[in-house]
Design a protein around this ligand. Structure first.
Ligand code: AMP
Length: 491
């Protein structure tokens, strides 16, 4: 296949291991600025909620009717001098997120007055309204929720991202699954910073009176835990001044009628969260606190499809850089909410230490049950080579989805055309080497020459670019090969 295949056979072959040892495809490459008008691409639906500076509406992708949510930020209502920087900061952070308890972001639009953030639509209800309806939660219910919050924080803090406005209003809950939807105040923090940010009731004392790090999120988590266990706020005073004073002095109670019925382990965790930042527990340690561990063992989710996901993972082969990029696009942009939900559960089940990524050892543990240790180790070596596209030694959430999904279900002409348009940035109807580089390797670690070679593999008519026909042939060939392979297996 390709324009100059014979001269390079055995050298390039479109195989990523020959050409892409240092290249990387990051999910963020597919969460991009869309330069079209929002209403050309999406039909707007009903209002879901309104805040001080943004509205959230349902929207439908015109092309296939997929239901999504759009956050419409009115730029004029953003305060401060650095509005542009604030917007860019929020976009950069959102693009880097890839976790089952964080809402999936698809793309951005912008016009003179507004920024539009397209995200996954969640059927869930506001976590805040749920708290108002329940007087308090049982310890097991509270632990289920806190486990997810610590898992999100552990993932974010590992990337030095502080959320800085963690509160029930920024979360949706669908049955038992929590999703964080708002990252407007999030920031990458590598040294202590001084900035008053967030909401009074959930803000740590050092945020309001000193300098803070990612640890401020653990305080907010402590306030949420306290509310779940008791039904009231730990620092609430008769007015804001008194509340502020209570927060500053870390003055709250864990005694009285309600607290008599709460376990000492839960109390211990509260005291490790609502304390001076120098003594505060980390997200990762909170995730492994005995109170959380006691309950997480009980509610380990039933996932009947885990074996089929593990099977897909085993058979996943990544035969071409470009095809891999297309699969990434389909996983990021076209997977149904239902599939994401089920595979998200499987991902969390395999990710035993809840750090938001699957390590080699965690995968070996899963396969050992059915294959034995030695075969499991060799299978996992193979899987890591094929699936760990960004070569960081872990399988992250989107890499997992990409490999565990039955990608053939998504190879519709409509999806392939959408993928083509995503590469064809200048809408010329052809993909050039430059366009390929922009999407496939953000860090541009591969030389122009290597990209030209990759393109030649696909460029059947040798015009130096990839047209839609060549593109569809490349991607569908894989689906075809897999179908034939499966048919052979059955015979
Ligand atoms: P926010 O401005 O982020 O607080 O969102 C306002 C309200 O819109 C929320 O309280 C939710 O009820 C709703 N909402 C926000 N994002 C989504 C989403 N991705 N899916 C469904 N509803 C959402």
């Amino acid at each position: 296949m390709g324009c100059a295949i014979s001269s390079r056979k055995g050298k390039l072959d479109g195989n990523r291991h020959d050409v892409d040892s240092k290249g990387s495809i990051k999910p963020s490459a597919f969460v991009a600025e869309n330069t079209n008008r929002l209403t050309d691409i999406y039909k707007l639906g009903k209002l879901l909620g309104s805040g001080a500076y943004a509205d959230v509406r349902i929207c439908y992708l015109k092309e296939n009717g997929a239901k999504r949510a759009v956050k419409i930020i009115k730029k004029q209502s953003l305060s401060g001098n650095n509005i542009r920087q604030k917007i860019e900061n929020e976009k950069e952070i959102i693009k880097s997120l890839d976790h089952p308890n964080i809402i999936r972001f698809y793309e951005f639009f912008e016009d003179a007055k507004k920024l539009y953030i397209i995200m996954e639509y969640s059927n869930g209800s506001e976590f805040f309204s749920q708290i108002l309806q329940n007087e308090s939660y049982s310890e097991i219910q509270a632990a289920k929720i806190m486990y997810q919050i610590f898992s999100i924080l552990s993932y974010l803090h590992d990337k030095n991202i502080a959320h800085r406005d963690l509160k029930p209003e920024s979360m949706l809950i669908d049955k038992d699954t929590l999703k964080v939807i708002d990252f407007a105040e999030a920031s990458v923090i590598t040294t202590r910073i001084s900035q008053k940010v967030g909401s009074l009731f959930y803000s740590a004392p050092e945020v309001m009176f000193g300098t803070h790090t990612t640890s401020c999120d653990l305080w907010s988590a402590g306030v949420i835990l306290y509310i779940l266990l008791t039904g009231y706020h730990p620092f609430s005073g008769i007015n804001d001044d008194e509340t502020l004073k209570n927060i500053k002095n870390i003055k709250y109670t864990t005694t009285g009628k309600i607290w008599n019925q709460i376990s000492s382990l839960a109390k211990e965790l509260v005291s490790l969260l609502l304390c001076d930042h120098s003594r505060r527990i980390s997200a990762n340690d909170a995730l492994h606190h005995p109170w959380i561990l006691n309950f997480t063992q009980i509610f380990s989710p039933e996932t009947p499809i885990i074996s089929s996901a593990l099977e897909n993972l085993k058979h996943f082969t990544n035969t071409s850089v470009l095809r891999d990029a297309v699969h990434f696009f389909l996983t990021m942009q076209r997977v149904s909410t239902g599939d994401i939900k089920i595979l998200g559960e499987v991902f969390k089940k395999i990710d035993k230490n809840d750090d938001g990524k699957i390590s080699k050892q965690e995968l070996i543990n899963e396969y050992t049950n059915t294959l034995g240790v030695i075969q499991a180790e060799s299978e996992v070596e193979k899987i890591m080579k094929e699936v760990d596209t960004n070569n960081d030694g872990y399988i992250n959430y989107t890499e997992f989805l990409k490999a565990a999904l039955d990608i053939r279900k998504m190879l519709s002409i409509e999806n392939l055309r959408a993928a083509f348009r995503n590469f064809d940035k200048d809408f010329s109807g052809r993909i050039s080497v430059l366009e390929l580089k922009r999407v496939v390797s953000e860090r541009n670690l591969l030389s122009h020459k290597t990209w030209t070679e990759i393109l030649k593999e696909v460029d059947l008519n040798c015009d130096g670019e990839i047209d839609l026909i060549e593109f569809e042939k490349l991607v569908l060939m894989k689906g075809q090969a897999e179908t034939e392979e499966n048919a052979d297996d059955k015979n």
